[in-house]
Write a protein that binds this ligand. Structure first.
Ligand SMILES: [Zn+2]
Length: 211
């Protein structure tokens, strides 16, 4: 997908409808800065907002993702290509995220364990032993915190009850019970506790997308 082309297409459709960036933003309940970012190709509309955006611009989602009007007979092929491309991009993002988290956590844990092993079995003064174990523990702790930071910043967590998507605070994320990347947290929107799934589509102005 070509974000610049999509951005220009959004801008031209918006003008066709005789709307300013602020008017479009107002209808969608987001900031004009978010609209300006789409139109300059710096970000993509969140998937949660796309249908509403398309309805206002009088285009369909595939035209939006293609950055141009699509003739009726080319539509199906184009639709499939766009869906596949979106899926590929999400998968790629997910894979990168996982990789980064592992790339920093795994070697640190191995190094930490090795340091503890050395401290336990190699002849050395007591203070060196204590220092080695202390450094190993601090190292593992610091990296665990950084890994949670990566996870917290990448995308949203989705409330299982009201499907509100939000970014919890770092400490809320870090202290929450979790199974993999699904965390048990309180929803800021409806107040219910639930197992919140990680979702990667993110509107980067921090506005939750309308459902
Ligand atoms: Zn909720």
């Amino acid at each position: 997908m070509d974000q610049i082309k999509i951005g220009k297409f959004i801008a031209s459709c918006r003008k066709e409808q005789g709307m300013t960036q602020a008017a479009l933003a107002g209808k969608l309940g987001i900031s004009d800065r978010a609209v300006s970012k789409w139109e300059t190709g710096k970000s993509m509309p969140d998937t949660g907002i796309m249908l509403e955006l398309c309805a206002i611009l009088k285009i369909n989602v595939n035209e939006l993702l293609s950055g141009e009007r699509i003739m009726a007979d080319g539509y199906d092929k184009q639709a499939e290509e766009n869906l596949l491309e979106m899926r590929r991009q999400l998968e790629e993002k997910n894979r990168q995220l996982l990789k980064t988290e592992y790339l920093i956590s795994f070697p640190t844990v191995i190094a930490g364990l090795f340091m503890c092993f050395v401290a336990a079995f190699v002849e050395m003064p007591v203070w060196v032993r204590v220092a080695l174990v202390a450094i190993a523990l601090v190292m593992i702790l610091v990296v665990a915190f950084i890994a949670v930071g990566i996870e917290q910043k990448a995308g949203y967590y989705e409330c299982a009850k009201c499907h509100d998507r939000h970014v919890p605070s770092y400490w809320q994320t870090n202290l929450a019970m979790h199974m993999g990347r699904t965390r048990y947290m309180k929803c800021p929107e409806c107040g219910h506790w639930s197992w919140q799934k990680k979702v990667l589509t993110k509107d980067d102005d921090g506005y939750p997308p309308k459902q």
